[in-house]
Ligand binder design. Structure first.
Ligand code: FNR
Length: 358
């Protein structure tokens, strides 16, 4: 059970099985996928009592998103497969709840339309653009231009995908690409692609810090790296001058042997905490998970699959329900822990479950 189990059940009833599997699945044996949720169950919170004060106000300042909710919409591909309004529905729901939307490069709606939908609801809605660095820097540069002219306020560069993870469920279901009638709309009219058509997103082990340097030279937008797990890479990211890190194992969809992000967050916080904003995603399903991540050094967290379940279950209303539920649950969890907001959350509130502190 988690906060979104009913929405997941509804989504599963409505979606074609192969599409449900594409969203739900992980790589290989799905160890990392399972561990992402289990890792939070291995931790407990030591609440403080009788502290007085107003109800908690969980707002945070993030790059290109002042006063945002501490739960972001993580970038996920292909929203039109969940609901006909696709990314537009997600964007409206995120904007209405003051939630940062990280719009995927692999979206089925172009980023300018996504940002426009969010800004119709709220003129200062923050949308970040997620991209995979492409071997041809011209292609990356064109994508960045698109995100900039759309009005995105930050870039999220996903670095954990030198190749595709081994998605066993998709292989079994023969789900290899978007079905006819859908397109990865951001990939239209790019250098090397067919005129008027879309080019493929390339994943390549050639991609290096050098490509990142080239990207950073072409944009003034803040750049966050998504998919860092090793503290040494966190140090390198600081040395490169990036604006934030999202500790993530891609929802268990890339390296199946990767640890759960919450299990490595303390090491990364010890290595570089305080020098730049740390975010985390993977397995966050309750307000207490958010509180745990913030206590261990994250500024904010992302949720991926729950948004897809809300979208499939009930479009914009369903995504709104997901974001409202987790928002209220964060306030409840903070109140139960006796904290007034993110600034009060410190690592000494978190203990391993089953450890009596003797
Ligand atoms: C993803 N994720 C992802 N990440 C990214 O950087 N670009 C992308 O296009 C996608 N696409 C994508 C599709 C689907 C169906 C899923 C489930 C995930 C990873 C995503 O941003 C995030 O890291 C995880 O989803 C977080 O884990 P939870 O909340 O789903 O457990």
């Amino acid at each position: 059970m988690n906060l979104f189990a009913d929405l997941h059940d509804r989504a599963k009833e409505l979606l074609e099985p192969a599409i449900h599997d594409y969203y739900a699945g992980g790589a290989a044996d799905e160890f990392a996928l399972a561990d992402n949720e289990n890792s939070f169950a291995r931790l407990a919170l030591l609440p403080r009592m009788l502290r007085g004060g107003p109800p908690p106000e969980p707002r945070v300042d993030l790059p290109g998103a002042p006063g945002a909710a501490p739960v972001l919409v993580a970038p996920t591909a292909f929203h039109r497969l969940a609901h006909p309004e696709g990314e537009l529905a997600t964007a409206r729901a995120a904007a209405a709840t003051g939630t940062v939307l990280i719009s995927s490069m692999a979206a089925t709606t172009a980023v300018d339309e996504v940002v426009a939908a969010a800004r119709e609801v709220r003129s200062d809605a923050a949308v970040w653009f997620q991209l995979y660095l492409q071997p041809d820097p011209e292609v990356t540069a064109r994508l960045v231009e698109r995100a900039e002219s759309a009005g995105c306020t930050a870039l999220v560069v996903t670095v954990d995908s030198p190749v595709f993870g081994d998605h066993v469920r998709d292989r079994r279901n023969g789900f290899h690409d978007l079905p006819p009638g859908y397109e990865a709309a951001n990939m239209r009219d790019l250098p090397g692609g067919p005129p008027g058509g879309t080019r493929d997103i390339e994943m390549s082990p050639e991609i290096s810090w050098r490509h990142l340097e080239v990207l950073r030279a072409t944009t003034a937008l803040p750049v966050l790296l998504k998919g860092i797990l090793h503290p040494d890479d966190a140090h390198l990211a600081v040395a490169q001058g990036v604006d934030g890190i999202i500790v993530s194992n891609h929802g268990g969809r890339q390296l199946d042997a990767a640890p759960a992000p919450i299990d490595v967050l303390p090491r990364i916080t010890r290595a570089i905490g305080g020098t730049l904003p740390l975010l985390l995603d993977g397995g966050v399903r309750r307000g207490t998970d958010v509180v745990t991540a913030l206590a261990l050094g994250a500024e904010a967290v992302g949720i991926g699959r729950p948004v897809l379940w809300g979208l499939a279950a009930d479009g914009e209303k369903g995504v709104r329900e997901v974001l409202d539920r987790i928002g209220a649950d964060v306030v409840r969890a903070m109140a139960l822990c006796g904290v007034r907001g993110p600034d009060d959350l410190t690592a000494n509130l978190v203990v391993p479950r089953g450890f009596g502190g003797l």
